[in-house]
Design a protein around this ligand. Structure first.
Ligand code: SF4
Length: 356
């Protein structure tokens, strides 16, 4: 049962950046650039770790150079398993920070340190810490999409692929939960587990824009399509899903379900991996707005879009855009992350190449 009497701080405002405009590269220029990056990676004993939401060229290059493409749980795990001395994280800042928290001896670079996340932006550490202080009886569970300082205040870190089993485990032990920052995912977890959860008011700008009424109309046009929804989406979108799941679970559904068509409510960057693994399936983006309406993200994260081949080469040439985390924060933040990884291992959740 959610504690509705507790005061939750109002949603924290932040600026959503415009999508960056990357110049088109012809095939020869792209191949040359990819070859230069490959050489730089080899010279620096560096490896690419990319999220499913970044540009397909980056995902392809990560796979071609011995790197890894995955969801945030598996990205974190891969960073601890590789022998490379430099991790180049193509994704958003919390992913680079998680890699650094788990691998303090490694250099962690990102194409653009300005690539953050609306959930991270909307959960400043000092406000969040005061909220936790006001509810000392609650176990603090934070989503991976948070800063190192917020993780340092948490008891558990979770990703969308492991949130349900961890909260079920806490609920079984009678522990009430303080959840941050994504309220849609938190509500979904609350409904699925029946746990007592106090929700922070945050949301993903990409998933929050999916519209239930527009999805209903699209489903009527494609009655045989399976609807796949990431649980950061609003309740009225989740309610129409044939399958609700993490990015890895949505990719597996496209491979395994018998349907020929899929309506997909998550960032469109995921289509690259879905097409690669299930080339005969037809993918349709879930609608973000009704006719004539506008959207800020339009099903593609503006921060994920800050990653491109061009700035990847630059960061490998200049070594700037390096993740730095104060050691006193890191040693506290590593504990709830390690707790999640240990839980995953003990319960056989995920594991390398889980998406293959
Ligand atoms: S897609 Fe949403 S949750 Fe993911 S990085 Fe972008 S804003 Fe954050």
């Amino acid at each position: 049962m959610t504690d509705t009497n507790a005061a939750v701080p109002p949603r924290v405002p932040f600026q959503v950046p415009a999508h960056p405009e990357w110049p088109d590269l012809d095939p020869v220029a792209k191949a040359d650039l990819s070859a230069r990056i490959t050489r730089l990676l080899r010279e620096q004993n560096a490896v690419l770790v990319a999220h499913y939401y970044v540009d397909g060229d980056l995902q392809a290059l990560a796979e071609a150079t011995g790197g890894y493409v995955a969801d945030s749980l598996e990205m974190a795990r891969f960073g601890t398993e590789t022998n490379a001395s430099t991790l180049v994280v193509c994704g958003v800042r919390f992913m680079g920070e998680t890699a650094k928290i788990l691998n303090p001896e490694k250099r962690v670079l990102m194409p653009d340190l300005g690539a953050t996340c609306s959930l991270d932006e909307g959960c400043p550490a000092e406000v969040f810490s005061a909220f936790c202080d006001a509810h000392p009886e609650r176990t603090v569970v934070v989503y991976a999409n948070t800063s190192a300082a917020v993780k340092a205040r948490a008891d558990w870190v979770v990703t969308s692929s492991i949130a349900l089993p961890i909260v079920r485990h806490l609920h079984a032990q009678g522990e009430p939960v303080l959840w941050a920052p994504d309220k849609h995912l938190g509500r979904y977890v609350q409904r699925q587990t029946g746990a007592d959860i106090l929700l922070w008011d945050g949301a993903c700008v990409v998933h929050e824009e999916f519209k239930g009424f527009a999805l209903e109309r699209l489903r009527r046009l494609h009655p045989d399509a399976a609807v796949l929804v990431h649980p950061e989406s609003p309740e009225e979108v989740v309610a129409q899903a044939d399958l609700v799941g993490s990015t890895t679970q949505l990719i597996q559904a496209v491979q395994q379900l018998p349907n020929r068509e899929f309506i997909v409510a998550t960032d469109e960057g995921i289509f690259w991996k879905m097409h690669q693994l299930a080339p005969d399936k037809h993918l349709i983006a879930a609608p973000t707005a009704g006719e004539g309406a506008t959207c800020e993200s339009c099903a593609h994260c503006p921060w994920m879009a800050m990653n491109a081949l061009q700035n990847l080469e630059q960061v490998l040439m200049h070594g700037d855009q390096e993740i730095q985390i104060e050691e006193s924060v890191r040693v506290r933040a590593v504990q709830p992350i390690q707790r999640m990884l240990d839980f995953a291992r003990a319960h056989g959740i995920g594991g390398r190449r889980a998406q293959d």
